[in-house]
Design a protein around this ligand. Sequence first.
Ligand code: SAM
Length: 216
Amino acid sequence: MEDPIKRHPTRTEQLDILASLVAEHVKDGESALDLGFGVGYVAHLILAKKPNLSIVGVDRKTESLDEARANFTGADIACVEGDLESLSDVALPADSFKAIYSVLTFHDLPDAAKRAVIGWSADHLAAGGFFLLYDRLRMTDAPLFPLQQGVWERIEREYGAGMRTAPDFDSYIADLGDANRPASLDEYRAWFTDVGLAFQPLHIHGNVALMAGARN
Ligand SMILES: C[S@@+](CC[C@H](N)C(=O)[O-])C[C@H]1O[C@@H](n2cnc3c(N)ncnc32)[C@H](O)[C@@H]1O
C-alpha cells in the first residue's frame, strides 16, 4: 500500500517505530484503536508486523473508510465513522484498548478537542495500555526558526523529498489556521499529565514528534 501522505519524509521511520510498538505490545485477544484512520495506512504497517492484530479505526470521512474496508478484506479491522470532536458519542465495538494511537490528525482539531481526545483516551486504555500521538509540533519562538529551517533543509538533502515548510517565522504563523493548528510539546505535556498520563516524547525529528502516554 502506498503512503497517501506526501511531504513527510521522516514519517517512514517514525511510523515504523509506532507500528513496532503496537505490534509488540498488543497481544492476541487485545485490540488497538486508531483515531483519524484515513484509508488505514498505519494499520497496514502494523498488520505487516502482526497480521492477526485487531484494530478499530475512527474517521469522519466516509470515502476514506470505504477505501479502507476494500483494502482490508480478511483482516480484523472495524472501520467506524465518527467525529473525534464528539468522540464520546461514537459507538465503538469495545470499551477499552491496549493501544490508542493517532497519526497526523491532531493538527486538524481545535485545542479543546485535542484535550478532550487525550482525556477520553486516558479513560479507555486497558490495564497496561498506552496512548501514542504522532503529529507536527507548534513552533513558538522566532529566534529558533532558522535552526528548524536547517533541519528541513537537511531532511530534503538526505531524503530527497521536502517537508511542509515556511520561508520565515511570520509566514509560518500566518499559515496556521483551522486545518493546521499543531500544539506545542509543552501543551501536550500539560494535557497528558492533567488527565493522569505519564508523558514521554519517544522520537522527535525537527518539528514532528511521536509522543507516548500511559497511566502511572
Ligand atoms: C492527514 S490524515 C491522516 C490519516 C492517517 N492517520 C495516516 O496517517 O495515513 C488525517 C485524518 O484525520 C481525519 N480527521 C480529521 N479531523 C477529524 C475529526 N474531527 N474526526 C474524525 N476524523 C478526523 C481526516 O478525515 C483524515 O482521514
